[in-house]
Design a protein around this ligand. Structure first.
Ligand code: BTN
Length: 255
């Protein structure tokens, strides 16, 4: 079975490893001592030190899910750096929707994909910046496919939990590569389209929700008004105040 036959570059070079510490670490190491072609992907069945956001650990049962990293050279100005995140989020969302066409699949700012309000995928993008431009990025993606049991305190979802079906992981990867490539190429030409489609699928966009401010523990009710190009979240409370949040400042209270 081969991957990404519909792709121009993502996954054309595919490095498969049974087990590594983290596919993001592997990709960063590659970048530090060579110039891999754009779209080079590192795929592994098991990560001993899979990393998530906020210094968390990304746990995934061996062989049941997708854990991979893609090397990109986005050439995006740092002021617009969230654009890459938007393209990747939309690509992942699109791929999942090809397999779960009737489900409610949303993007949760800044790095998660939800199905029925539970996290099914997470993104960890690590950028190299030079002279105000993102010259290379390692896009790490964890997507829960066939895993059905998760630690009790984790509200996680998987494609199998949602549909009660097993999925061919290689087909899902193939779809993921083409959907991400599509969103990436589109986003480079049409920023406005990416932004509006991102908002269309964004959890809490112009809809009532609650967030908790992590430093003060204060819960705020309101809605997302906008996500700025630098990734800052513009949150409008029900009392009419705008708050501007960075990534690690708040947590969403999901229903
Ligand atoms: C998050 O939701 O916290 C982000 C999770 C990102 C996990 C992926 S799995 C493949 C890649 N390698 C890593 O070590 N992390 C990312």
């Amino acid at each position: 079975m081969s991957y990404s036959h519909n792709c121009l570059f993502i996954g054309k070079v595919l490095i498969k490893k049974d087990s590594i510490d983290s596919s993001n670490n592997y990709a960063k190491q590659l970048l530090s001592n060579s110039k891999p072609i754009e779209g080079t992907a590192i795929l592994t069945e098991f990560q001993s030190e899979g990393r998530g956001q906020r210094d968390s650990i990304w746990q995934s049962n061996p062989g049941e899910n997708i854990t991979l990293s893609i090397i990109l050279y986005p050439n995006i100005k740092t002021e617009q750096y969230f654009l890459l995140n938007e393209m990747i989020s939309l690509g992942i969302r699109d791929a999942i929707s090809n397999f779960l066409p009737t489900e409610d699949i949303q993007i949760k700012w800044p790095n998660d994909i939800l199905v029925n309000n539970k996290k099914i995928a997470g993104i960890l993008i690590e950028n190299n910046i030079s002279n105000g431009v993102i010259i290379s990025s390692v896009v790490g993606i964890g997507l829960n496919v066939n895993q059905t049991s998760f630690k009790e305190n984790i509200a996680a979802n998987s494609m199998k939990l949602v549909s009660h079906k097993d999925f061919d992981i290689e087909k899902v990867i193939d779809n993921l590569f083409s959907s991400i490539e599509h969103a990436y190429l589109l986003g480079k030409r049409n920023i406005a389209f990416i932004k509006s489609t991102y908002c269309q699928y964004l959890y809490g966009y112009k809809k009532q929700m609650e967030v908790i401010h992590l430093e003060t523990d204060i819960v705020l009710k309101g809605q997302i008004e906008n996500v700025r190009e630098d990734g800052v979240l513009d949150f409008l409370t029900i009392t009419g105040q705008h708050y501007f949040f960075n990534f690690k400042e708040i947590k969403f209270l999901l229903p």
